[in-house]
Design a protein around this ligand. Structure first.
Ligand SMILES: Nc1ncnc2c1ncn2[C@@H]1O[C@H](COP(=O)(O)OP(=O)(O)OP(=O)(O)O)[C@@H](O)[C@H]1O
Ligand SMILES: [Mg+2]
Length: 235
């Protein structure tokens, strides 16, 4: 579904990504694991069209998307839930969801998608009129995921969904991520500092070190890999 090939990205004269390649097959959850500053968010932002690569290609459903404007990439069915969530704090929960669907083309399943969001995140349904900026961190994360679903996406990219969230809500969010994949067929690219948890729920994983993919494979193999265990899994 998503093929990233030989991507270079620079910030000014500093190179953040060096020849990054990986694939996200349809129907799978893929995790990117890496230390702070390894380039994980840069990869997601580049796929979303927020950063421009100087080299390489990004194909989504067989179409080249690198160089497209971010809203056109969302229209292709690829939506990002950014790090720090980036909801509209002054708008209500309901208005935030509506913003997600703003440019959506296929509107026939809009109502059923909204019902689905309310079923997996009842807290969101209970707070439709609340100002989004006053939601708890975990609730904002749920809203941000809901907003991405409202865009009509078939693939979601989640940047550190567990960041700054109470442990009990982290578990809920990860259960929902699995549910989105298993019951609704979403393909998911997941970036997580909590590598243990992320590799448990994903099918495939890539390890990123200083802007380079150093190991990739099935998540269960990565969990057994001594190098990965030592560096990222706390064993
Ligand atoms: N706008 C920017 N301008 C200059 N350098 C940047 C910019 N954004 C990121 N970088 C640098 O690029 C490198 C990769 O950053 P990135 O945010 O992709 O890392 P990350 O893996 O997501 O880290 P974290 O786990 O801390 O979120 C870092 O060295 C960072 O300082
Ligand atoms: Mg990041």
């Amino acid at each position: 579904m998503l093929k990233v090939n030989d991507l270079d990205v620079f910030y000014g004269s500093i190179q953040a990504l060096h020849g990054v390649s990986f694939e996200v097959p349809a129907g799978k959850i893929v995790t990117l694991v890496g230390a702070n500053g390894a380039g994980k968010s840069t990869i997601l932002r580049t796929i979303s069209g927020l950063n421009r690569p100087t080299k390489g290609s990004i194909q989504f459903n067989g179409k080249e998307i690198s160089g497209l404007a971010p809203h056109l990439i969302v229209e292709q069915g690829l939506a990002q839930v950014p790090e720090g969530r980036m909801i509209f704090p002054d708008l209500s929960v309901a208005e935030n969801l509506k913003m997600g669907a703003y440019r959506r083309k296929n509107r026939s399943s809009l109502a059923s998608d909204q019902e689905y969001i309310f079923s997996i995140f009842p807290r969101i349904a209970e707070r439709l009129n609340q100002q989004a900026g006053t939601l708890s961190g975990g609730e904002q994360q749920m809203l941000a995921i809901g907003r991405a679903i409202m865009s009509g996406a078939e693939m979601l990219m989640l940047d550190e969904p567990s960041l700054g969230i109470a442990p009990i809500l982290v578990e809920t969010i990860f259960e929902r991520i699995v549910e989105l994949n298993e019951n609704r067929g979403f393909t998911i690219l997941l970036v997580e500092q909590n590598a243990n948890l992320a590799l448990q729920v994903s099918h495939l994983g890539c390890v990123l070190e200083s802007g380079r993919v150093t190991v990739s494979g099935r998540s269960e193999d990565l969990q057994e890999n001594p190098q990965v265990r030592k560096a990222y899994l706390g064993h």
